[in-house]
Design a protein around this ligand. Structure first.
Ligand SMILES: Cc1ncc(COP(=O)(O)O)c(C=O)c1O
Length: 406
């Protein structure tokens, strides 16, 4: 380890002594020791405890308290191994356990660009089912052309964030062909259905798209982040768009095929090999293993919906098309009061309070949101390969427990 300050016999960090910079700054033996210990902690905290149904999904602390606990401050002097290992343990402990069977959220990193960017001609949406209506899209394109606009791109979605809706790709491809428009499919969430013989029909027509985006870090739970952009193009479009031809970086007169140098195709330069995670996972479980994960998710959604229908207080927004189950929990005090003037306002407050309670108690994680004129409702996504019927029963019991007094 570099820059580790000496520690006195009573465990205090001593003032750093000046080091001889002509000597190696890194002690490999010490580094190896640290990594061995750190991996043990990661296996214990992240892989074992983080997926253990008896453990919490989230260890809630107020942000100020957490900042203190983690000692976020950076100092001139480094820390001894023992303390660093405690930091590894703390970071694992206070992170949300996204692989826990009671983590019912969709995985995403950063903002949901989908809602920020909006969809081309958003009005062409069937608002009840969340799907694009191709005939309406066609009309809107004609209309925008007649107003002097030059449409060039249609962004379809396979598996929308909230409702899990799939746009009818084949019919949209016809519209795109007719108007010579680039057809993109945002299959970040739903793209994994292609592994399933039973469910791949949801993306019928995807092969006609010009580009498809897919996030294996969502439904297939590859480590964040693992995103794929598939292009039909065979003209080396990425190179045409992004290549800066920096002569100080990418020489063309190397001894091997320089087409293998892909750095000049990307917007960024230094990046991790994100595809390695997908490749290794695919190698490990095979296409059949990935298919099973998708099929299992659909089966569990069916189970969850059947159970919801048997209980009082669970109101589905719609029958799920994918693995998103959108529903309101109507607490006993609101049941049968749909006609009251303050009903929607009161219902809107239910999901945020239940969410706060579940996070503070660390029992599970599930998201909620409003949609158009529909007030806050929960959206549970069922895709964890670890999940069992018991976890779904727990989910429903827990919503009831946390919301029964509201
Ligand atoms: C349909 C869809 N597209 C794109 C994204 C963005 O995903 P990420 O930020 O993980 O790349 C999301 C995230 O929820 C999504 O649901």
């Amino acid at each position: 380890m570099s820059h580790v300050s000496p520690v006195s016999s009573d465990g205090q960090i001593m003032e750093p002594t000046l080091r001889d910079l002509s000597e190696p700054l890194i002690d490999h033996e010490e580094g190896q020791l640290f990594l061995n210990e750190a991996f043990k902690i990661i296996v214990e905290e992240v892989f074992c405890k983080g997926t253990d149904v008896k453990q919490k999904v989230c260890e809630w602390k107020e942000p100020d308290e957490l900042a203190q606990q983690l000692d976020l401050q950076l100092r001139d002097t480094g820390e001894p191994q023992g303390r660093l290992l405690q930091r590894v343990r703390d970071v694992a402990k206070y992170s949300i356990k996204t692989s826990h069977p009671h983590f019912f959220n969709q995985q995403f990193g950063g903002v949901d660009y989908h809602s920020l960017a909006g969809r081309f001609l958003t009005e062409a949406l069937n608002t009840n089912l969340g799907r694009m209506i191709p005939e309406d899209l066609d009309e809107k394109i004609e209309l925008s052309k007649s107003l002097g606009a030059v449409p060039f791109f249609v962004s379809c979605t396979s598996g929308t964030t909230v409702q899990g809706a799939f746009d009818p790709l084949d019919s949209i491809a016809d519209v795109c062909n007719k108007h010579d428009l680039w057809m993109h499919v945002d299959a970040a969430w739903g793209g994994s259905v292609l592994f399933s013989k039973q469910h791949k029909h949801l993306m019928k027509g995807a092969d006609r798209a010009n580009s498809v985006a897919w996030n294996p870090h969502k439904m297939l739970v590859a480590g964040l982040q693992c995103s794929v952009l598939l292009l039909k193009d065979t003209t080396n479009l990425l190179k045409q768009c992004h290549s800066a031809k920096a002569s100080y970086l990418f020489q063309q007169d190397k001894f091997y095929d320089v087409n293998l140098d892909i750095g000049d195709k990307s917007v960024q330069c230094s990046r991790k090999v994100d595809c390695l995670k997908l490749w290794l996972m695919w190698k490990a479980v095979g296409s059949t293993g990935l298919e099973e994960r998708v099929d299992k998710a659909f089966l569990h959604v069916r189970y969850l919906v059947e159970q919801m229908k048997k209980r009082d207080g669970f109101l589905l927004l719609r029958e799920p098309e994918f693995v998103n189950v959108c529903f309101w929990f109507i607490p006993p005090s609101l049941r049968g009061r749909e006609g009251n003037a303050d009903y929607q306002n009161r219902l809107a407050k239910v999901a945020p309070i239940i969410k706060e309670r579940m996070m503070k108690q660390g029992t599970m994680m599930v998201g909620y949101q409003p949609l158009g004129n529909k007030v806050n409702f929960f959206r549970v996504t069922v895709f964890s390969p670890l999940i069992s019927h018991k976890d779904l029963d727990f989910f429903l019991d827990e919503i009831e427990r946390l919301g029964k007094d509201l």
